[in-house]
Write a protein that binds this ligand. Structure first.
Ligand code: MD6
Ligand code: FE
Length: 157
């Protein structure tokens, strides 16, 4: 079971015949991605600030949809140009176990339970740490039902 992804912002993360990349155009519509709502930018900036990142200005938001059983295997987010900008990740709906490892895949990840409304921020020396989501347990969230949505705010450009 995999994760469905969509985007908003100046660029979106896409996959097509030439591989994966950030692109200003949504391949499904041929149009630019929806703008990042101001209220999202503001929230992501304030979360980054509280984690010690003063000048975060996201230009992309990846939206992942998880159903029970879906997982995200351990990976690094390393396709953003500005390595000094953190990742700000907002969890909504069903709880999930966030696996947060180290700079090498061999470092055993710590496990963090993320519930509706939690915001995780990582950057600095941890910016390229391996991370993922354990298979989502079934459940029912009063707002989103049998679903988890994760928003990750990035500075991609
Ligand atoms: C999460 N998401 O769903 C963590 N990475 O809590 C990610 O690590 C992630 O949602 C790359 C692209 C999209 C993502
Ligand atoms: Fe990631």
């Amino acid at each position: 079971m995999s994760v469905a992804m969509s985007n908003c912002g100046q660029v979106g993360w896409i996959t097509d015949r030439s591989g994966y990349r950030y692109d200003a155009v949504d391949p499904e519509t041929g149009r630019p991605w929806p703008a990042l709502p101001e209220i999202f930018i503001d929230m992501a900036k304030r979360a980054a600030m509280r984690a010690g990142y003063e000048n975060f200005l996201p230009d992309a938001c990846l939206i992942n949809h998880y159903e029970p059983g879906a997982r995200l295997s351990l990976h690094q987010d390393k396709n953003e140009l500005d390595e000094s900008a953190p990742i700000v990740s907002v969890s909504l709906g069903l709880p999930a176990v966030f696996l947060f490892g180290g700079v090498s895949r061999t470092i055993r990840p710590k496990r963090y339970q993320l519930v509706h409304g939690d915001v995780a921020v990582w950057g600095g020396p941890a910016r390229f740490n391996f991370h993922g989501i354990a298979p989502l347990l079934d459940g029912y969230h009063p707002i989103l039902g049998r679903k988890r949505i994760n928003l990750t705010f990035r500075k991609a450009l």
